[in-house]
Design a protein around this ligand. Structure first.
Ligand code: ACO
Length: 217
């Protein structure tokens, strides 16, 4: 097993990412932490109907799963996966405040060098470029810090906003995964989108800056 510069098996973790300025404010990514419990719970409980149509089903009820008391186990689980080199679980911050999450998962090195990426943004902060900036920062880190070759994501065809975010950052569609994930009470088709490092003519963040969608903060 390769031991990387950071002393662990996980290159690129726990580096914070950003900042990048978008219309909503200044976006940064930093590792999840135990003291996110109250804000995470407040937003996730209030945003149930914003988030539930797009997120995989979990065994327990939404209210129970997002109680303040549920966060320590969720957070510890994510951080344990991060220490093992399998995940990079970030909080998206807007102007220093919790605004959502971006998670890079199923990190695989060796000949595959691949991962998936997913995200959500609090409904009170949407429409200002936060997800686009966070995705660009996460993607650039996958290729630079984590040294991956390919990053993929899955998205419901009906999720027009997230599809727009993915397309803007450069993800291209590869196909339709039929009845792929149990979401919102049924097995839902998902589009598979992906990008490989050789498709990147410049960093994703740089491309947003050049397109006038972001600026270096
Ligand atoms: N149809 C198409 N595009 C739309 C629509 C619409 N109905 N409504 C808004 N948009 C556009 C916006 O105009 C904006 O584009 P613009 O910058 O060109 O104006 C874009 O969609 C949204 O971009 P951002 O502002 O960067 O995204 P935002 O911070 O609002 O977050 C997100 C988007 C993450 C999808 C948020 O709405 C959310 O959390 N939704 C619920 C959870 C979710 O869907 N997560 C993604 C699951 S798929 C995955 O993780 C790979």
């Amino acid at each position: 097993m390769t031991i990387f510069r950071s002393g662990g098996i996980h290159p690129g973790w726990p580096d914070p990412l950003g900042p990048l300025r978008v219309p909503a404010g200044v976006v940064r990514l930093r590792p999840v932490r135990l003291r996110d419990a109250a804000v995470w719970s407040r937003i996730r409980l209030a945003d149930r109907y914003h988030l539930e149509p797009w997120e995989p089903v979990s065994g327990s009820d939404w209210t129970v799963r997002h109680a303040v008391s549920s966060w320590p186990a969720v957070c510890s689980g994510l951080r344990a996966e991060a220490r093992k080199g399998r995940m990079l679980p970030y909080v998206i911050e807007l102007d220093g405040q919790f605004a959502g999450q971006l998670t890079i998962g199923n990190v695989t090195h060796g000949a595959l060098r691949s991962a998936w990426i997913g995200y959500w943004v609090a409904s009170e902060k949407t429409g200002g470029g936060i997800a686009t900036a966070a995705l660009a920062l996460g993607l650039d880190h996958c290729f630079a810090g984590v040294r991956l070759h390919r990053v993929e994501a899955t998205v419901r065809p009906e999720n027009a906003i997230s599809r727009a975010v993915l397309a803007r950052v450069g993800f291209r569609e590869e196909g339709l995964l039929r009845r792929y994930l149990e979401v919102d009470g049924a097995w839902r088709d998902h589009l598979l989108v992906a990008i490989t490092v050789d498709e990147m003519k410049e960093s994703a963040a740089q491309a947003l800056v050049r397109a006038g969608r972001a600026s270096w903060a």
